[in-house]
Design a protein around this ligand. Structure first.
Ligand SMILES: NC(=O)c1ccc[n+]([C@@H]2O[C@H](COP(=O)([O-])OP(=O)(O)OC[C@H]3O[C@@H](n4cnc5c(N)ncnc54)[C@H](O)[C@@H]3O)[C@@H](O)[C@H]2O)c1
Length: 313
C-alpha cells in the first residue's frame, strides 16, 4: 500500500513520548508492545486484571520467541518491557500522556463514556485516538472538549505484524493532529494510510466486507463449502487467508457488533448479521479465541469446518 496524506517530520513524531493504551485484549496488548518497542513509555490499562496478566504473559512469550529466532535482540526486548507498564488505574496512567489509543470493546456507548472520561483526565495537549474498526472519530470527538485532537488510528490484527495503520481524521480533526498521527505511525515502523474524509469501516475493511458478504451469500445459498470459498480466495485472488479463516482470527463477535451497529444506523436489513453469523455468535462460537467459529480448532492443531449450531448443516 502506498502512503498518502500530509507530510510528516521527525519532530512531530517526537512529540509523542508517552502513550496510554486502553483495553488489553487482542489489539490493545500488541499495540502497546509496538509502541514500547519503538521506545515510547507505555501504560496498558484494562478493567480486568486477569486480562492484563494474560496479555503480559502472551507478550513475554512472543518477544522471547522473537529473540530465540534471532529477530529481536535480548537488550531491545528488555528495554521494551522496561517501557511497558500494565495496570487497572486509568486516571493515574492518563495523567501525563501525549497520546491515548483506545482499544476497548466495539460498543459505541462504552467508547463514548471512555472518551468523556479521557477528556477529563488526560493533559489538554494529548491526542485521543480510537482503534475502532467501524466508528468514525467525529462520534467520539463529540464526547470531548478537544475534537481537533481526536482521530482514529486503526491498526490491523495482529498489530505486531501488520504494517497498515489507517489514520482517520474526523470533521474537526486539525491538520496538526493528523500530521502528528502520521509521523507517530511511521516512527512505529508502520505504514500510515490516511483517509481524506471519514467513512465508517474506513478503507480495507469496507473492501474486505464486500468480499465477506459475497462469501456468506455463496455459503448460505449452498453453492460451496466454507473450505472451497476460502480456497478460491487464497488460490485465485492471492489472499493469504480466506474470508472465513480470517474472521475466525479477528473474532466473529467483532463482525457481529459491527453489522449490528451499522443496521442500527441504516435500518437496512442487508446490513444485519447473516443468519449463519448470528447462530455462531449466539452459541459463543467466536473464532480461534473460543476454539470454534466457522471452523473448529482442535488441540492437535487440526482445523475442520464446524456445523451451524442452529441448523446443524
Ligand atoms: N480484533 C480485531 O481483529 C480488530 C482489528 C482492528 C481493530 N479492532 C478494534 O479494536 C478494539 C478492541 O478489539 P479487540 O479484538 O482487542 O477486543 P477484545 O475484546 O479482545 O479486548 C477488549 C478489552 O477491553 C477491555 N475493556 C472493556 N471496557 C473497558 C474500559 N472501559 N476500560 C478499560 N478496558 C476495557 C476488556 O476487558 C477487554 O480486555 C475494538 O474497537 C475493535 O473494533 C479489532
Amino acid at each position: 500500500m502506498t502512503t498518502t496524506g500530509p507530510s510528516s517530520t521527525p519532530t512531530e513524531a517526537d512529540t509523542i513520548g508517552r502513550v496510554l493504551v486502553v483495553g488489553a485484549g487482542a489489539m490493545g496488548s500488541q499495540i502497546a508492545m509496538v509502541c514500547a518497542l519503538a521506545g515510547r513509555t507505555v501504560h496498558l490499562v484494562d478493567t480486568d486484571p486477569q486480562t492484563l496478566t494474560r496479555a503480559g504473559a502472551e507478550l513475554r512469550a512472543r518477544m522471547d520467541s522473537r529473540v530465540a529466532r534471532g529477530r529481536l535482540g535480548a537488550q531491545e526486548r528488555d528495554a521494551a518491557f522496561a517501557h511497558l507498564h500494565l495496570g487497572t488505574d486509568l486516571d493515574a496512567a492518563a495523567a501525563d500522556v501525549d497520546l491515548v489509543i483506545e482499544a476497548v470493546v466495539e460498543k459505541i456507548d462504552v467508547k463514548t463514556e471512555l472518551f468523556r472520561r479521557l477528556d477529563r483526565v488526560t493533559p489538554d495537549h494529548a491526542i485521543l485516538a480510537s482503534n475502532s474498526s467501524s466508528f468514525v472519530p467525529s462520534r467520539l470527538a463529540a464526547a470531548t472538549t478537544r475534537p481537533d485532537r481526536v482521530c482514529n488510528l486503526h491498526f490491523f490484527n495482529p498489530a505486531l505484524v501488520m504494517a497498515c495503520v489507517e489514520v482517520v481524521p474526523g470533521e474537526a480533526t486539525s491538520p496538526t493532529t493528523t500530521a502528528t498521527a502520521v509521523a507517530f505511525t511511521r516512527a512505529l515502523g508502520k505504514e500510515p494510510v490516511v483517509l481524506d474524509r471519514e467513512v465508517d469501516g474506513f478503507l480495507a475493511n469496507r473492501i474486505l466486507n464486500a468480499v465477506r458478504d459475497e462469501a456468506v451469500r455463496l455459503y448460505e445459498g449452498g453453492y460451496a463449502s466454507l473450505e472451497s470459498i476460502d480456497l478460491a480466495c487464497r488460490t485465485a485472488l492471492g489472499h493469504p487467508q480466506g474470508p472465513f479463516e480470517l474472521q475466525d482470527l479477528t473474532g466473529l463477535d467483532i463482525a457481529w457488533f459491527t453489522k449490528t451497529a451499522r443496521y442500527a444506523e441504516t435500518g437496512d436489513p442487508a446490513d444485519l448479521p447473516s443468519a449463519s453469523l448470528d447462530a455462531r455468535v449466539g452459541a459463543g462460537h467466536l473464532g480461534r479465541k473460543t476454539g470454534r467459529g466457522w471452523y473448529r480448532y482442535d488441540d492437535d492443531g487440526t482445523k475442520t469446518p464446524a456445523p451451524d449450531p442452529v441448523t446443524g448443516a
